[in-house]
Design a protein around this ligand. Structure first.
Ligand code: BT5
Length: 317
């Protein structure tokens, strides 16, 4: 018997339930039930314990525990397994190790804080308590050249979840989601691949939710909405939109995802400055390709296809 099972009984009853009844339902001793109740209380669950009436769940902690995230989660694949850590170096590193050990697709690693949050190209990702820092293990049937498409897909899913939470989110190529022109989310897609096939992808998603924005150029849901949100609900909504988009991609490829991306994109149609491989170019962002590359129209009329780089939105003319 696990504490999750005890928690589930308490949740379903919604009122007092005796230790004896729980013990009977789960086929264990009353002492074993009490032990799990104590563990739950240590984790921050508020449980009232009454000598005659039994136990009653009063409040759940503001933690992204697996038992919270999975409770009521409407997905089949993404989040089948959730691993919660109070703190770790980087959820992407933990997820990569798990993927190498063969963990199933859809596994999610979530941490309350990270000590070495990673951005792209060795940059740092600032991780404050109150945000959502997680990595999802995916095993898409694609070649390594198409992995960037997964970043675009995730940006679409995050944008949908942020909009559902009430923020006017838009996408900046390649891996940022912005609200009020400030970065609310960054995505770090890492992969392990053979020459012609991806063996797994670690999709790292960081969203400033109930934390204060860590930089001038950043914002958070709390800062935008003026109040905190329920992080568990936000993660569930994010995992649900991610599953929807990922299943669409599995069935029909990147094309329908690209259409959503174009709709949510703040980059397309704009003058942009893109830096990649020690080169900086300016032009108008025209489109994205099926593999996630940005197509930029240069002043001289030519076009450039940029697979990965950093993009700055310039003022519209
Ligand atoms: C990213 O890199 O935006 C990818 C961020 C991915 C973070 C998640 S959290 C869960 C998972 N585990 C990890 O270790 N990472 C992933 P990039 O495009 O290189 O942007 C990095 C830049 O964003 C930094 O140089 C800062 O300027 C800015 N930045 C850092 N922390 C930020 C934050 N919390 N909010 C907004 N901007 C931030």
């Amino acid at each position: 018997m696990t504490r999750e099972e005890v928690l589930q009984v308490l949740r379903e009853k919604g009122d007092y339930v005796s230790g004896e009844q729980i013990a009977g339902l789960l086929g264990v001793s009353r002492a074993a039930v009490w032990k799990q109740v104590q563990t739950l209380m240590r984790e921050g669950y508020q449980i009232e314990s009454h000598p005659h009436r039994g136990y009653r769940l009063i409040a759940v902690p503001d933690r992204l525990y697996a038992s919270e995230v999975r409770y009521g989660l409407q997905t089949k694949l993404i989040g089948r397994r959730v691993v919660h850590l109070n703190t770790t170096g980087s959820t992407n590193t933990v997820a990569r190790q798990m993927a190498e050990e063969g963990v199933e697709e859809g596994t999610v690693v979530i941490a309350e804080t990270q000590t070495r949050g990673k951005g792209r190209l060795g940059r740092k990702w600032i991780t404050k308590p109150g945000g959502v820092w997680m990595s999802v293990i995916l095993k898409p049937d694609i070649g390594p050249a198409h992995a960037a498409g997964i970043t675009l897909l995730a940006a679409v899913s995050v944008t949908k979840a942020l909009r559902e939470a009430g923020a006017e989110a838009v996408i900046k190529w390649p891996n940022d989601v912005l609200v009020s022109d400030k970065k609310i989310c960054g995505i770090l897609t890492e992969m392990s691949a053979e020459t012609d096939a991806v063996s797994f992808i670690v999709l790292g998603i960081g969203v400033n939710v109930n934390n204060d924005p860590p930089l001038e150029t950043a914002t958070s849901l709390k800062a935008e909405l003026g109040h905190e949100v329920n992080r568990v609900k936000f993660v569930q909504s994010l995992l649900e939109s991610l599953e929807e988009d990922y299943l669409t991609f599995k069935e029909r490829g990147f094309e329908p995802i690209l259409w959503s991306w174009r709709r949510y994109s703040d980059t397309l149609g704009r003058p942009v400055e893109v830096t990649y491989q020690d080169e900086t170019i300016q032009g108008i962002a025209q489109d994205v390709s099926a593999s996630g590359a940005l197509i930029v129209q240069l002043k001289d009329g030519g076009t450039r296809k940029i697979v990965s780089g950093d993009c700055i939105h310039l003022k519209r003319l």
